[in-house]
Design a protein around this ligand. Structure first.
Ligand code: UD1
Length: 436
């Protein structure tokens, strides 16, 4: 997509590889930028009201470029921060938007479906192509559509597009079968404009959902219960204007966890800044059980690993549990830990596409239904491997930090969808990662 290249010339492009020369211990400070899984929804939320929004702490990742494309297709002007500036992303939303999200942009990333709620709230109709994104099994949107139906929305899916319309959004009681992040967010963004009160029970509690609640409340929405399983939204009708806002994106806990997992493999001592330790409490508790020394230091996390970590059992769960996104990173970490460990996946059944590549690097991994059992090896060996998606790609890179020799991770553009300069940041910690 040519526009993306112009917007972000330093990003990895299809065909690029990352070459990791290991092993090398890590040392230094790394700053984590805003969360991918928040900024994309905040960008979608701008569609709710006309005006100019400034969003700070935006990660330089390709998915932000894709969401910018989508907003432009709808009629907005979007200015990404310049490559060498810490400036905000600026979205100018016009008085009229075109509530159509076309294939070609939408099918490249999952968060694109999040424009559905705001478009319905703003225009009473929306035509949105079915979303794409990482391929780790079926990712239905039935809960989004069932929830919207409770608010009065009629929707049908025809030729890969969701066609939705509503005469007037009206508040309703919604109980989600599962605390889906995307469904909670889509419903929130529709409900802020509904007539009356909406209650979402069994809502997702992820920090990125809370960041969206904060953004919407600053706009003039009336959401209570942020961070809990019950969200109460008192609708703001069209006579009361929602207004554009300035906002700074919550730090990316998944990226922060990636650097901690890298440390667990490579050993050393690092400080991770820009993320809230409370958002990673369960993970950090487990890492500390494995032998990593972790402490909060002001707004930063200091972590130290002096030898091989002990193995552990992980289970992915909705927040505050260990995030499913961390699974490949934990499998990589356990591949070099002492003893037999496991990761049980409870969200996405087919999140296993990196396992063969880790095996090529000498990892001893067995898959048993939704459990991955890993017998740790003292050292992995370098290999030529391929990034299948964002987190699995990062997992292969950090595995390379602990491997003897030169590991080449091809298809690095997947990693650039969710990581702001992973190679450069690892190098600032003393690693040797280059692009080719
Ligand atoms: C978001 C994150 C993703 C993370 C996931 C879970 C973004 C862009 N992506 O994805 O990185 O891994 O949360 O923390 O924010 N489900 C249904 N029907 C639905 C919706 C979901 O069955 O209508 C199922 C999914 O298949 C999955 C589970 O619910 O098994 C959780 O999905 P959900 O929380 O919705 O994930 P996403 O919002 O797609």
């Amino acid at each position: 997509m040519s526009l993306l290249v112009a917007d972000a010339p330093e990003l990895d492009l299809p065909g690029r590889s990352l070459v990791v020369r290991g092993p090398s211990p890590l040392d230094g400070t790394v700053e984590v930028s805003g969360a991918k899984n928040s900024v994309l929804k905040l960008m979608a939320a701008t569609l709710l009201a006309e005006g100019t929004y400034r969003i700070a702490n935006v990660p330089r990742i390709t998915d932000v470029g894709l969401m910018a494309e989508l907003l432009r297709a709808v009629g907005c002007k979007v200015e990404l921060p310049a490559a060498d500036s810490d400036g905000p992303l600026v979205v100018e939303v016009p008085a009229e938007i075109e509530p159509v999200a076309p294939q070609g942009v939408v099918d490249q990333f999952r968060a694109s479906i999040e424009v559905l709620g705001p478009m319905l709230a703003r225009c009473g109709e929306a035509v949105v192509a079915l979303p794409g994104g990482d391929d780790f099994g079926p990712r239905p949107i039935d809960m989004h559509l069932q929830g919207l139906a409770r608010l009065g929305v009629e929707a049908e899916t025809v030729d890969g597009y969701v066609h939705a319309r509503v005469q007037e959004l009206r508040g309703g009681a919604i109980r989600l079968d599962f605390p889906s992040v995307g469904a909670t967010e889509n419903l929130l963004m529709a409900a802020v404009r509904a007539k009356g009160t909406t209650v979402i029970d069994n809502a997702a509690r992820e920090p990125e959902v809370s960041d969206l609640c904060e953004f919407l409340n600053k706009m003039g929405a009336r959401i209570e219960g942020s961070g809990s399983s019950t969200l109460t939204i008192k609708g703001v009708d069209h006579t009361e204007a929602l207004r554009p806002v300035d906002h700074s994106v919550v730090g990316d806990r998944i990226v922060a966890a990636t650097y901690l997992a890298a440390l667990g493999i490579a050993t050393g001592e690092i400080v991770v800044t820009g993320v809230d330790l409370d958002h990673m409490a369960v993970l950090c508790g487990k890492l500390s059980d494995m032998g990593m020394e972790i402490s909060a230091e002001g707004e930063s996390i200091r972590a130290c690993v002096s030898g091989r970590l002990s193995s552990a059992k992980f289970s992915t769960l909705p927040y505050p549990g260990v995030a499913t996104d961390l699974k490949p990173l934990l499998v990589a970490l356990l591949s070099t830990a002492d003893g037999v460990g496991s990761v049980t996946e409870n969200l996405f059944a087919e999140r296993f596409r990196y396992v063969d590549d880790l095996r090529l690097m000498g990892a001893d991994i067995r898959i048993d239904s939704h459990h991955v059992v890993i017998e740790g090896r003292e050292r992995l060996s370098a290999a030529k491997v391929k990034a299948p998606d964002i987190r699995a790609g990062a997992a292969l890179v950090i595995a390379g930090l602990g491997a003897q020799g030169e590991t080449t991770v091809s298809d690095a553009h997947h990693i650039a969808r969710g990581y702001d300069d992973l190679a450069g940041k690892l190098n600032s910690l003393g690693a040797d990662v280059s692009r080719c």
